[in-house]
Every structure is written in structure tokens, then in C-alpha cells.
Ligand binder design. Structure first.
Ligand SMILES: Cc1ncc(COP(=O)(O)O)c(C=O)c1O
Length: 388
């Protein structure tokens, strides 16, 4: 049977490719973004209890009310905002489902959605599946800042959605309050929604505070804000996230959600709700935890030839290998897998049209021993006579 692919240009993601190559070559995988250390055993225990107590049937479509209440409390503590758990919070299958649902809810054929490069890879396919066009605007290096004049030029009567991700994967930059003000003035009086991917809300360094759209009254009225317990609780495999949006947007998002995943694994929701009730500040140490890891890895690599770029947030670190080679990042990353037995993620696949660059993304959500072993391999590789 002949059929036409709806996403002909989408192949296997760079994360899957690099992880597969890492397995083939027996390489240490410091590329893909997942912790290699255990979750809090008390969270695991909470899940065991939820299953034993029979919390094994469908959870409500919008999410367990106990969990939504804990989320509302967390948001109040973090951003001093009142969020209605009933009408404004939806529990989703990771942040990924929330992104997909929000996009399907507000963009359709002929519309445009704006995305900033280097961009997380889940945005564009969802926009395309909605029949819309993805307009990609690069963040300006070296700090990966927003160029709001350029954004203004790219906004058209077709623009229905702007996706902002802060702290940003993979650039490790963060949006400031001034960026949110610029965004607000740009969309004022226009029928444009905002999708704020805030899954790294708890990982900002050097005393920075996260500027959430939820704490920006003007933006909040038109925003979907997306969060992930995978990141907050070091449990990426649990696939529990949530979306916060004003009631009219939440209503539309739930129309998609209820026919997409319908509802999220009940025992996981019970486990997280109970855990957050028992340990209400479970997430508050995340910035310090990851800042120590950033400092460890950056300190070990500085001067090696893999030069760390400043990182303001997320659990990644970019390194520039330009002093060692000018080959493309995809080729160089593959060479590192083969010759240094270490898997990283090249940056160019995060762009629609990548500028020339020699950057690799490393994940710091790893045990200190893993980070030290990775640094040792990278430093040993860099110390070898280099073939450019
Ligand atoms: C920027 C960004 N958004 C969304 C997600 C998806 O989060 P989840 O794993 O909860 O689906 C990720 C995961 O890596 C991410 O880096």
C-alpha cells in the first residue's frame, strides 16, 4: 500500500541515535538528558504503597485532585500566584504531552507558530501535525539572547503561537523579566497564545530566579505553562507532567488531552501527591544540587580543549571543541563515541539552519563519578595529537 508520510523529514531523534551509538561502541553516555542516580527512596516507597492500596484504576481525565492541589501549592510557593486546581491545571504524560496538546489546541491549517533555535525537538513535528507552519528564529550567540526586533518582523497575521523555553535546552540560557515584558508588548492586541516550556523551572544557577509566565499577569492570560515531574523529581521515566493555563485555554487543551492519553497512570499520581504533601519543599535544593555538578564538570574541562560555555540553567552544559577540530559537530560527536568512548549531543540538529559551530551538549544530571569519568575521557582525548 502506498501512503504519504505526514512527517517525511522526521527521522530518529539525535538523542536516540547517539544513545544507540553509545551502546554499540560501549561508550559512556553523557549526552541524553536523564539522571543515572536513583530517585528519592521515599518517592519509590510512596508508589509501592499506592499500588498496594489499590490505586490502580483510571485517574480522572484532568488529573488526580490531590496532585493538582499539591501543584497549586507548589506554584504559590514558587511564584506567589493563585492557580485554580480545578479549572487551570491538567496532569499530562510528561511535559511532552502538554506541549503537544497545547499546540493542537490553538494552531491549525494555515497558521504559523514561532519557535526559537536551537529548539527542543518536540515542537516542530507537533506544529506540522496541526497543519501549521513553524517559523524558526535563532537566539543570538554567544549568550543565546532573544532578538525581539527580529521576532517582531517575523510575526504575521497568521501567527497563533509563540513557544518560549526557559531555562532553555540546549543553550542553557534563561529568559529575564525584560524578555517577558518584550514578549507581552509584542503580542498585545494580537490573537497569539504563548506556550512556555518551563520544565527546568527549578534549575537556575548563580542566584538567578526563574521568570515564569505565570507570574506575569499580562502573559498569564494567554499562556500555557508546561512543567515536568520528570525533571523536578529526577524521574524522567515516570512520564508525569502538567500544564497550567487560564480556564478557556485549559478547556481547549483538555479536549485534546482526553482523546490523546485520556488520563495519566493513577499510582504515579497518588505517589507524587503524597510525597509532595509529606515533603513540601522536596524540589527546593535542585539549583544548588545541579550548580555543584555544573561547577565540577566545567572545572574539570576548562583549559582542556573542550571549553565550557557559561550555563545559567537546565541540567546541561555546552562545550566548544573549536580548539581541537573544525569538523562538523555531528561528525565530531561520532568520533568521540568511537575514539574516546563517550557519547555527547551535537548542537546543530537543534536548528532549522545551523550556523557554523563547534558545540556539544553534555548532561550534568549524572553521579559525580560519572562526570569525573567523562571529564577524564574528554581530557585524555583532547591531549592526543589532533587530526583536524
Ligand atoms: C525543553 C524540554 N521540554 C520538554 C521536555 C519533555 O519533558 P518530559 O520528559 O516531562 O516529557 C524536555 C525533556 O527533556 C525538555 O528538555
Amino acid at each position: 500500500m502506498r501512503f504519504q508520510s505526514k512527517l517525511p523529514e522526521v527521522g530518529t531523534t539525535i538523542f536516540t541515535v547517539m544513545s544507540r551509538r553509545a551502546l554499540e561502541e560501549g561508550a559512556l553516555n553523557i549526552g541524553q538528558g536523564f539522571p543515572d542516580y536513583p530517585i528519592d527512596p521515599r518517592l519509590g516507597q510512596s508508589l509501592i504503597e499506592a499500588v498496594a492500596q489499590g490505586r490502580n484504576q483510571y485517574a480522572p481525565m484532568e488529573g488526580l485532585v490531590e496532585l493538582r492541589e499539591q501543584i497549586a501549592r507548589k506554584l504559590k510557593t514558587s511564584y506567589a500566584v493563585e492557580v485554580d486546581p480545578e479549572a487551570e491545571i491538567t496532569v499530562t504524560c510528561g511535559g511532552t504531552e502538554a506541549l503537544y496538546d497545547a499546540i493542537q489546541a490553538v494552531v491549525g491549517p494555515g497558521d504559523e507558530a514561532i519557535v526559537f533555535d536551537p529548539a527542543y525537538d518536540a515542537y516542530e513535528p507537533a506544529i506540522r501535525l496541526a497543519g501549521a507552519r513553524c517559523v524558526r528564529i535563532p537566539l543570538t550567540p554567544p549568550g543565546f539572547r532573544f532578538d525581539w526586533d527580529r521576532v517582531r518582523q517575523c510575526v504575521s497575521h497568521r501567527t497563533r503561537l509563540i513557544i518560549v523555553n526557559s531555562p532553555q535546552n540546549p543553550s542553557c540560557s534563561v529568559a529575564e523579566r525584560g524578555d517577558l515584558d518584550a514578549l507581552a508588548s509584542l503580542v498585545r492586541d494580537r490573537p497569539i497564545s504563548i506556550l512556555a516550556d518551563e520544565v527546568y523551572e527549578n534549575v537556575l544557577y548563580d542566584g538567578r530566579r526563574h521568570a515564569s509566565v505565570l507570574a506575569h499577569p499580562e502573559l498569564r492570560e494567554r499562556s500555557f505553562a508546561v512543567f515536568s515531574f520528570g525533571k523536578t523529581l529526577h524521574a524522567t521515566g515516570w512520564r508525569v507532567g502538567y500544564c497550567v493555563a487560564p480556564p478557556p485555554l485549559t478547556r481547549e487543551l483538555r479536549k485534546v488531552h482526553q482523546f490523546n492519553s485520556f488520563s495519566i497512570a493513577a499510582p504515579l499520581q497518588y505517589a507524587i501527591a503524597r510525597y509532595l504533601k509529606q515533603f513540601p519543599d522536596a524540589w527546593t535544593g535542585l539549583s544548588a544540587f545541579f550548580e555543584a555538578k555544573r561547577n565540577l564538570l566545567a572545572g574539570l574541562l576548562r583549559g582542556s580543549g573542550f571549553e565550557p560555555l557559561p550555563a545559567a540553567g537546565t541540567y546541561f552544559l555546552l562545550v566548544d571543541y573549536g580548539a581541537l577540530s573544525h569538523s562538523s559537530d555531528v561528525d565530531f560527536a561520532d568520533r568521540l563515541i568511537r575514539e574516546a568512548k563517550i557519547a555527547t549531543i551535537p548542537l546543530s540538529p537543534f536548528y532549522a539552519q545551523a550556523p557554523p559551530m563547534t558545540l556539544l551538549r553534555l548532561c550534568i544530571a549524572k553521579r559525580n563519578e560519572t562526570l569525573m569519568a567523562a571529564a577524564e575521557r574528554l581530557c585524555a582525548f583532547a591531549a592526543r595529537p589532533q587530526v583536524p
